[in-house]
Design a binder for this molecule. Structure first.
Ligand SMILES: [Zn+2]
Length: 418
């Protein structure tokens, strides 16, 4: 566990302080570890944590009625400071201040949708994501508990470069690294500015010009230098990767998670399994790029890449499932509208997960990926009082997560629909 994760955990004690103990009742509660449903369900909360043993006699009671209690949800791949639908040129018109305000609005929407912890993996150059994380942690503005990455590291001409634009439009390009020494310097710099995790582009991408999603980016010594330097600073590395060669090279270098993983082969999946590497699949993002009418104004070159990748994705996801890789929930919101943060549940199930596996990906497994399993991801005593209640049976219909009527974070009610 990094120091920052520890601080995030401790904050749930400091900020969730309640005057009186609170008993929460509902018709059912899902144990995400075992898949068993407890009915009726009751737990009690004080000082932002779920408490052991019987509740004191003077506790207040909050009865949520005919609903199912679950742990607060976790999204391991967001872009809160990137508004969807700007298209290629619209993004260049957005100032750093405007992007940060977008992040404030999106953080609240994501929390109200039931996501109480989020790993934000790639914001713009001014480390607004760090400021957003800290403002939420102080309790100044509402939002999920955040882990942030700052700008993703990329090679010249890679997914994070402004390919196709003339040199005078290139501004702060510090995140572009082309040698092991440069990589180490940037990782140290990002650590200085307060990020929790390092994000890299291990292959080309879809929403970028000219680069190839199938081709690896960094050289093996560059991958190694990034992971080694991040570890020395107590940070994990997550790697955007579509093509199998880049997934394998990033895995061999020791990244904590592969993001997207579209063209994952069975052999590379077995390597990930052997090394304990997580997959964060972000299934709906690619689908959303190809929605009829192109609502997100995606340029033609990116549409063509998405059309080529989409039919191959199911095989990659199946390879991950067959190998038994830990799969953590992640959406890539920012590519599509942040309010649809729960859209991936139905894709995870349609691509082959059981509803329980999909729920575990957004709770237990995600908490494990973030090394926060002692604080979040289950409703066990001692954990942060981050919880949601949903209508219907989530083990039968995961679309119930698309309209979460009750959200609590650190013992405070965030949303309670009638
Ligand atoms: Zn992303």
């Amino acid at each position: 566990m990094t120091l920052r994760c520890l601080i995030a955990g401790l904050l749930c004690l400091a900020l969730g302080a309640q005057d009186r103990p609170l008993i929460i009742k509902a018709s059912r509660m899902l144990d995400v570890r075992t898949g068993k449903v407890e009915a009726p369900a009751q737990l009690w909360v004080k000082d932002g944590r779920i408490q052991p043993g019987p509740a004191p006699a003077d506790a207040e009671v909050l009865d949520l009625g005919n609903r199912t209690l679950l742990p607060g949800l976790i999204d391991c791949h967001t872009h809160l400071l990137i508004p969807s639908g700007l298209g290629e040129l619209g993004y260049l018109k957005r100032s750093q201040g405007a992007l940060l305000l977008d992040g404030v609005v999106n953080a609240r929407r994501v929390l109200e949708a039931g996501f109480t912890t989020v790993r934000d993996v790639g914001a713009s150059a001014s480390f607004g994501d760090v400021a957003l994380r800290d403002a939420i942690a102080r309790g100044d503005i509402p939002g999920p508990r955040l882990l942030v990455a700052g700008p993703a590291l990329s090679i010249t001409g890679g997914h994070g470069d402004l390919n196709g634009f003339p040199p005078h439009l290139h501004g702060a390009d510090e995140h572009i690294v082309d040698s092991p020494d440069q990589a180490r310097r940037v990782v140290r710099e990002w650590h200085k500015y307060g990020v929790d995790v390092i994000k890299i582009h291990a292959t080309g991408g879809v929403l970028s010009n000219h680069d190839d999603p199938g081709a690896p980016s960094f050289s093996p010594p560059e991958f190694k230098a990034i992971v080694d330097e991040a570890r020395r600073r107590g940070m994990d590395v997550c790697a955007h990767a579509h093509g199998d060669a880049g997934i394998l090279e990033a895995t061999l270098a020791g990244v904590r998670s592969i993001e997207h993983g579209s063209l994952l082969s069975p052999a590379t999946a077995r390597e990930m399994k052997a090394r304990g590497t997580f997959l964060v699949p972000t299934l709906y993002a690619l689908e959303s790029i190809l929605l009829p009418g192109n609502p997100y104004k995606v340029p033609e070159g990116s549409l063509a890449k998405a059309r080529a990748l989409l039919p191959l994705r199911r095989a990659g996801f199946k390879a991950a499932l067959d190998a038994g890789i830990p799969i953590a929930y992640g959406t890539d919101i920012g590519v599509f509208d942040h309010a649809q943060v729960a859209a991936d549940f139905r894709y995870l199930v349609s691509y082959g997960m059981t509803p329980l596996q999909a729920i575990q990906s957004a709770t237990l497994v995600a908490a494990d990926l973030l090394r926060m399993g002692r604080d979040i991801g289950t409703l066990e005593p001692g954990h942060c009082a981050d919880l949601i209640a949903v209508d219907g049976d989530p083990l039968k219909d995961v679309r119930t997560f698309e309209r979460v009527p009750f959200v609590m974070k650190e013992g405070k009610v965030i949303r309670r629909a009638p």
